[in-house]
Design a protein around this ligand. Structure first.
Ligand SMILES: [Zn+2]
Ligand SMILES: [Zn+2]
Ligand SMILES: [Zn+2]
Length: 761
């Protein structure tokens, strides 16, 4: 095996072909001049028009004549004055519109304001991630410090972020939530370099030489060190080799802790821009490791990360001298000034001179190698990140737009990568900027909400294992399927009842169809769903939940008090849902003669795409025995399995999991009631959501006496009090509707060997 380790694209005259835009084309700028950014105090209901984003797209120079064009550009007089964000390089002519001036200056202002003081981040110690296959990922663990003594940069990064999730949700070329290299399908797209610089790493205006991750571990002092050789064909180098062959650009992001970066960095994640791979070699120092040489695609314009006051020189195209190895016949570049070395892994002359191993630990790169420049022949993405279209200019929110911005966006005012935190608007996450962008959500029919993308996983058939006893009956206009759960001795410990809705029920006034359209059209002031921090709130590794949520009624554990809205101010639709769930849980609990508790808390969840809520139980000290929920829009499946440590259906498992015993589907209008504390102790469940829009509204009962503080108790009681006007929303299960039987009997593999003692009313 002799992998090609060095490859140089020689400049060749090429006919000009327009580049295909990688991202959604931007809309034309709106006729009136753009307004200044919204102050953070503005309410979302009356957002001012956003600054025109069109002027901020980075147009990379397209050379029509290869090297010739570069010479022509170089002969132009250098630009004077301060650098402007988003100003296209001289190679691309673009009329200077008043809109772009406004956008540029406001963008610059916001960016510089953001640099004076950073939002205070909470220091969080997290378990050290697996160091294998990582590129400086350990840097995420500690709060980065501002490196001292570095000069200021010439400009500001076009795109930046403070938290990794902001970056990963926004950039299409960097989705690595843990690792330094982002690869997909064995092709590398992005690289994040931070702390952990190796002696042979290099960083200047146009060139980055970096050691690929992997083979590192912590020594006794806690420092991360490379301890093992890289595999000759490892994960990262394979991805880079594939990118090199496929002419794929690499988006490079630099972190604050990178000691090689010549300038002071103001953000935790700073996007340098698109690079292309010009060399890869298997170096040998104390250990063998893969090195990659990356060249900036646009070598003409001065990069923002060059030193303030310096001038940028674009070097002409050239190659470093090559030499053919007498042993392996591979022609490779001379990398080191000291001597040419064969770096072909597996060659008998690998790092050897006349059979003697070369110690190249203190060797220096040759000037010819560092000065070599090649023309990138692949397709260059139009921009480093998708800028949010200006919806105030009337851009329709198409599926393509929603898909592009379903999670993150780049603020067109300050360049901060932001996550879509709110259900109905985008808000810049940079506190110094605070720009908001309205999202004109299309009205969606229930059929559209249910629609699933082509090629989604095959629908798994619902099932109940024989250990789960099943009872089917009518309640109001609903067909109810009640699944009873046994404990280890086979005694009944609780049930899950599914209330199957039908067209007639859904069509009733204020029924599921009406509720769905009400939740879809309510203004954010009335019904504000947002993504909340799921872990490490406020830190560099903060992660938001995938689903959007809002709490109503009695305060639920973990929820900041102000985030729960009292029922007395809740929208009518919320109270109607509460009453429907109250009816279902009361019927279900009475049906087997259990203790019924009136729900006093409601959690509204919204999903805009398929999502998963992993295995968990709903057992909380302050929560009652019953959980009831209503599903609207897209379908979901709910899965139950015994916890691994239980003796249910087999010995406890120290490792691994037990197989699921029940799966059912909840469709638009269906309700679900889960009852019995013991179920939460012995079983766990998970939920998969499907479709383009789904609301899941779950009601619970908070037990005030189990709350720790009196203050907490008082607040929960107040917020959880159901207002008198809710009486008119009392629900009777649409009992007046004619009976409709559509359910097929639940699939059971074999007759139950051991039937749980279900208590029937
Ligand atoms: Zn060789
Ligand atoms: Zn902003
Ligand atoms: Zn749950």
């Amino acid at each position: 095996m002799a992998p090609v380790i060095l490859k140089i694209q020689l400049p060749q005259p090429q006919p000009y072909t327009p580049l295909t835009p990688f991202y959604v084309p931007l809309p034309p700028p709106p006729p009136p001049a753009a307004a200044p950014p919204t102050p953070p105090s503005s309410t979302s209901s009356t957002p001012p028009p956003a600054a025109a984003p069109a002027s901020l797209v980075v147009q990379l120079p397209v050379s029509q004549q290869g090297g010739l064009q570069i010479q022509q550009i170089l002969s132009q007089p250098p630009q004077s004055g301060t650098p402007q964000h988003g100003t296209p390089p001289p190679a691309v002519s673009q009329p200077d519109t008043p809109q772009s001036d406004t956008a540029n200056s406001s963008r610059k202002r916001a960016a510089s304001e953001s640099n004076t003081s950073q939002p205070e981040l909470k220091k969080t110690k997290l378990p050290t991630p697996d160091l294998e296959d990582q590129q400086s990922a350990s840097a995420d663990v500690d709060f980065p410090e501002d490196p001292q003594g570095k000069p200021n940069s010439f400009g500001e990064p076009e795109v930046w972020a403070e938290q990794r999730q902001q970056l990963c949700e926004t950039l299409h070329h960097y989705r690595a939530h843990e690792a330094g290299v982002y690869q997909n399908n064995r092709i590398a797209y992005g690289l994040y370099i931070d702390a952990g610089v190796s002696p042979k790493d290099f960083f200047d205006n146009d060139l980055i030489i970096t050691t690929l991750g992997g083979g590192k571990a912590k020594n006794e002092n806690g420092d991360v060190q490379r301890v093992r050789d890289h595999a000759i064909e490892g994960r990262n180098d394979t991805a880079f080799r594939n990118s090199l062959e496929k002419l794929q650009t690499i988006l490079v992001i630099v972190g604050k802790k990178n000691t090689n970066c010549p300038v002071k960095l103001n953000h935790n994640f700073n996007v340098l821009g698109h690079f292309h791979i010009t060399a890869m070699w298997y170096d040998k120092s104390d250990t063998c490791c893969w090195m990659v040489k990356l060249q900036r695609v646009d070598t003409i314009t001065q990069p923002w990360y060059s030193v303030e006051g310096s001038t940028h020189t674009s070097l002409p195209l050239s190659v470093a001298p090559n030499q053919v190895c007498g042993s392996c016949n591979e022609s490779t570049e001379r990398i080191y000034q000291e001597e040419w070395i064969c770096m072909t892994p597996g060659c008998t002359s690998y790092f050897k001179r006349d059979g003697v191993t070369i110690d190249a630990r203190n060797y220096h790169y040759s000037q010819a190698f560092l000065n070599a420049r090649s023309q990138f022949m692949g397709e260059v993405p139009v921009a480093v990140a998708p800028y949010l279209p200006d919806f105030t200019a009337g851009t329709p929110v198409t599926d393509a737009v929603l898909n592009n911005f379903k999670q993150g966006f780049v603020c067109s005012v300050c360049g901060c990568c932001g996550r879509q935190k709110h259900w109905k608007h985008w808000a810049c996450e940079n506190e110094r900027c605070g720009a908001t962008f309205p999202m004109r959500q299309q009205a969606m029919t229930i059929d559209e909400a249910k629609a699933e993308p082509e090629g989604r996983l095959k629908r798994q058939k619902d099932f109940a294992k024989p250990v789960i006893s099943v009872l089917q009956y009518m309640e109001g206009a609903y067909e109810v399927t009640k699944y009873s759960f046994p404990d280890e001795k086979g005694d009944f410990i609780g049930f899950v009842a599914v209330y199957k809705s039908n067209k007639q029920i859904n069509l009733q006034k204020n029924g599921p169809d009406d509720l769905f359209s009400e939740f879809s059209t309510m203004e954010e002031g009335e019904f504000h769903l947002e993504r909340k921090a799921a872990r490490a709130s406020g830190s560099i590794v903060e992660k938001l939940t995938q689903q959007f949520s809002r709490n109503y009624g009695a305060t639920y554990k973990f929820i900041v008090r102000t985030e729960s809205q009292s029922f007395s101010t809740a929208p009518e639709a919320i109270l109607r849902v509460l009453k429907r769930c109250t009816w279902a849980s009361e019927q279900a609990v009475n049906q087997h003669g259990g203790l019924y508790e009136v729900p006093n808390e409601l959690l509204a969840l919204g999903y805009t795409q398929s999502g998963e809520m992993g295995w968990h139980d709903d057992g909380e000290k302050t929560v009652g025995q019953t959980v009831a929920s209503l599903s609207l829009g897209g379908r979901s499946t709910m899965h139950f399995r015994p916890k691994a440590r239980t003796t249910l259906f087999g010995p406890p498992k120290a490792k691994g999991v037990k197989s699921p015993v029940l799966q059912f589907t909840l469709e638009h209008g269906d309700m679900m009631v889960m009852h019995g504390c013991e179920i939460q102790k012995l079983y766990e469940h998970c939920v998969y959501s499907y479709g383009k829009r789904r609301y899941a509204l779950t009601c619970r009962t908070m037990i005030f006496d189990k709350m720790v503080t009196e203050e907490e108790k008082q607040h929960a009681m107040e917020a959880g009090t159901i207002p008198d006007h809710a009486e008119e929303f009392n629900y009777d299960g649409d009992a007046e509707l004619p009976l409709q039987r559509t359910l097929k009997p639940v699939q059971k593999a074999k007759p139950a060997r051991k039937t749980a003692k279900a208590v029937k009313a």
